[in-house]
Design a protein around this ligand. Structure first.
Ligand code: PAF
Length: 281
């Protein structure tokens, strides 16, 4: 595995692989890796010959007062984990490489979808993600890129961006990886104590409960959302949203929709956690 910090070196290395007709797979990350990220590397290896993982904590997707400054930067540990998992190239650019003129005044926004769910309380979040992912796609120019389905709204928006901007990149979703208690793996779980992680498993239990209510016939989705929010609040969480949505549009689901995803965002103390569960009726 090689670690590269500049776009120029990355492109020399990748051009050599392209000349050998190798397919390039890309996994963008903000580092502080866990088993969920490593599963994305596994998926990329199934689809490509050369796997590039980027490690870059992207400032433009954090709003004022969010955890950009305190977001854990764990480069050495991340590189060890990636090497053990068979990554070929780690791309760890610095701020000047990614944003040569700061502040950037060009951004990529996927309208409408970026206002829903997470976007309602994090107005700059998806614009920042789409901007940095566009930049990284331009730098790496991969054949495919892998994103985790835990960030269901993110992958939906990236797919739409790739279509709208004619990127010739296949976007591959990788299933959510969970702790033994059901808690979806996330870098932000690192902010939680063992007891808090145990309690946070109630998020997945609440999603499973709502899913089983729907599977056994309930179609009063708005009432079900209200009940779930009340249950979460009673458990000490501060719910941001609990939305039963259409899997393709991410609009609030209608009672006759068949492909659903229940999206959940909430705070446990100051820690923001998200999760989701899909249903095909
Ligand atoms: O999912 C993430 O870790 C980030 O949003 C991404 C895609 C690496 C962009 O910074």
């Amino acid at each position: 595995m090689i670690v590269i910090n500049t776009i120029a070196e990355l492109q020399i290395e990748l051009n050599a692989h392209r000349q050998d007709s190798k397919q390039i797979g890309f996994v963008p990350t903000m580092g502080n890796l866990h088993q969920g990220h490593l599963s994305l590397v596994d998926v990329a290896k199934e689809h490509a010959d050369i796997v590039v993982v980027s490690l870059f904590v992207n400032p433009t997707q954090f709003g004022p007062g969010e955890d950009f400054d305190s977001y854990p930067r764990t480069l050495d540990q991340d590189c060890k984990m990636l090497e053990a998992r068979g990554t070929d190239i780690v791309f760890a650019p610095n701020m000047e490489e990614v944003y040569p003129k700061w502040p950037n005044i060009t951004s990529v926004n996927v309208a409408e979808l970026d206002k829903l769910h997470c976007g309602a309380s994090r107005p700059v979040f998806f614009g920042g993600i789409c901007t940095v992912v566009t930049k990284l796609f331009n730098m790496v120019d991969p054949d495919c890129a892998v994103f985790g389905e835990k960030d269901f709204q993110q992958i939906t928006i990236i797919r739409r961006m790739v279509t709208d901007l004619n990127f010739a990149i296949e976007i591959i979703g990788a299933p959510i990886v969970r702790e033994a208690n059901g808690l979806a793996m996330s870098s932000r779980n690192g902010y939680l104590s063992a007891a808090e992680k145990d309690h946070a498993s109630n998020l997945y239990k609440t999603l499973q409960w709502a899913k089983s209510e729907i599977e056994t016939g309930r179609r009063d989705f708005r009432k079900l959302e209200e009940e779930a929010n009340k249950n979460l609040a009673a458990l000490g969480f501060t719910p941001d949203y609990f939305n039963i949505t259409n899997q393709e549009t991410l609009d609030l689901a209608k009672s006759d929709d068949k492909k659903l995803v229940i999206l959940l965002g909430c705070y446990m103390g100051k820690v923001r956690l998200i999760d989701n569960i899909t249903l095909n009726l």
